[in-house]
Design a protein. Structure first.
Length: 486
């Protein structure tokens, strides 16, 4: 595509140099520049892309997008905001790939990964080729690719969408983080369905207030657009038991499907029966009453399933077929995942890293635990410090044997993180074992028949971030090793 054709999608801009080179790729990382690339200078938290513009030209960049004039030998297009320009240019360069996909976005504090996997399975079972973008990986058909962020930047997203279109994907399901919404990473994404799971405390290190956090999530629903699209219709799938839903209903013109347990909703679960191996409930919907018997455990799992059923209905899949897909699900990696090495006690690994998700996990455990409940929990470094005492207090209140340990301390001193946690647990009995591996081995050695060990916070993660080191660490592997070593 010629440069002048590409930048015609931008408003406003100033172009320095009248050259009109052919653009072979768009890049925001100078290391990926090839001959004919358009390099976009992005100001990051630690690095400013403008500092690498000259190097990009040396490597063959044909033009530069920047927020200020640069003295270079190639055309420099100056825009007010290069991140916004990147979203526009990426969408144009790849010829609006998200419009060729049935795109479903999920936002909320907890449940995004599980809901995205459930929806992906429902749609895949209906015979369509699916794509998935989220915390664990990007998936195109059956192929999986590593990811850096839950929601990639706008350029990476459009590249992924383009690849999905080229490989015959029909429907794409993606997790949409509050950071991504606030930073405009999903600008240019034409969502057909937006799903809201819940809103509880998290990421206040970034958003500062719960109101700002709520408003960031709400952008997904307002960005569904204000026109009444007949085919395919646009839908907002909203948790009616969450107070934030009222705000999101007001912010969208899309069709609305509500789901819930406690409040009357379009999709409502009643008569929930739970065991240590699964959950059964009555689904009340406009299509009648159906029994859902799933292998997932917990009230939070019921919410996740209701959200997924709503997305399936909005996609046009028969409800009987949706329920069959749900009933066939065994679980999602690192989400209330059991570790079974023949022991007579239970070990569960869960990603619960917020106060609400930890409370949900422990409340569920207590419904089937016969004796003691061990809870191994830490808090991430360089993240929301205000939730640390809350997490610790919940661990002490809902388990018999809380053990505080390291999560991903990053640049912080693990001892300081634990001191922050201890501020919320005066009067409680608990144990501190800084080394996470040692903490898991301690709990496994101490557990007896009928006990439950919940290893919380890291879930599917296969690493531990300590200082500048990314070390291999998998809670499931460590737990299995400890069990087999008893």
């Amino acid at each position: 595509m010629k440069l002048h054709t590409l930048i015609s999608y931008l408003q406003p801009y100033k172009i320095y140099s009248g050259d009109n080179p052919n653009i072979s790729s768009i890049e925001n990382d100078s290391r990926n520049i090839q001959k004919g690339s358009l390099f976009i200078c992005i100001k990051g938290f630690n690095v400013d892309g403008h500092d690498f513009a000259a190097r990009a030209v040396e490597k063959g960049a044909a033009a530069i997008i920047a927020e200020k004039e640069l003295d270079l030998s190639v055309p420099v297009i100056v825009v007010p905001n290069s991140k916004r320009a990147m979203a526009v240019l990426a969408d144009a360069y790849f010829r609006q790939p998200s419009r060729k996909l049935h795109l479903i976005g999920i936002t909320g504090t907890n449940g995004k990964t599980t809901i995205s996997h459930l929806i992906e399975k429902i749609i895949s079972d209906s015979g369509k080729k699916t794509g998935l973008i989220g915390t664990m990986y990007t998936k195109i058909g059956r192929k999986e690719y590593e990811v850096k962020n839950t929601t990639p930047d706008s350029l990476t997203l459009q590249k992924i969408f383009n690849q999905m279109v080229n490989e015959g994907v029909n429907s794409t399901v993606m997790e949409v983080s509050s950071h991504a919404l606030d930073e405009g990473r999903v600008h240019g994404c034409d969502f057909n369905i937006a799903v809201f799971s819940n809103l509880t405390q998290d990421h206040l290190d970034y958003h500062k207030t719960m109101e700002a956090y709520k408003n960031a999530k709400g952008l997904l629903f307002s960005q569904l657009g204000s026109c009444f699209q007949h085919y395919p219709p646009k839908y907002a799938i909203l948790n009616n038991d969450d107070e934030a839903t009222g705000s999101y209903i007001r912010s969208t013109a899309a069709h609305i499907l509500t789901y819930g347990i406690d409040r009357k909703s379009d999709l409502q679960a009643k008569n929930i029966q739970m065991t240590s191996t699964g959950t059964t409930f009555e689904l009340i919907s406009p299509f009648g009453i159906h029994i859902v018997s799933m292998q997932l455990i917990g009230k939070f799992s019921v919410y996740n399933v209701l959200a997924s059923i709503g997305a399936g209905i909005a996609t046009g899949i028969p409800i009987e077929q949706i329920i069959q897909s749900i009933n066939d699900v065994h679980g999602v990696s690192g989400r209330f995942e059991t570790v079974d090495a023949g022991q007579d006690f239970s070990v569960i690994v869960d990603y619960s890293h917020t106060p609400d998700s930890l409370k949900n996990a422990l409340t569920t455990v207590k419904q089937f635990a016969k004796k003691r409940v061990f809870c191994i929990i830490g808090c991430g470094g360089d993240r929301d410090r205000s939730k640390r005492p809350l997490m610790a207090e919940i661990a002490c209140r809902f388990s018999s044997d809380p053990i505080f340990t390291s999560d991903n301390p990053r640049s912080e001193d693990p001892k300081q993180i634990l001191l922050d946690m201890e501020e919320g647990v005066q009067g409680y009995q608990y144990k501190i074992i800084i080394d996470r591996k040692e903490a898991i081995h301690y709990a496994v050695k101490a557990a007896n028949a009928g006990d439950v060990i919940l290893i919380a916070g890291k879930g599917h993660e296969t690493y531990q971030l300590i200082g500048h080191q990314n070390l291999h660490f998998d809670d499931r592997e460590v737990a299995k090793e400890a069990i087999e070593g008893r």
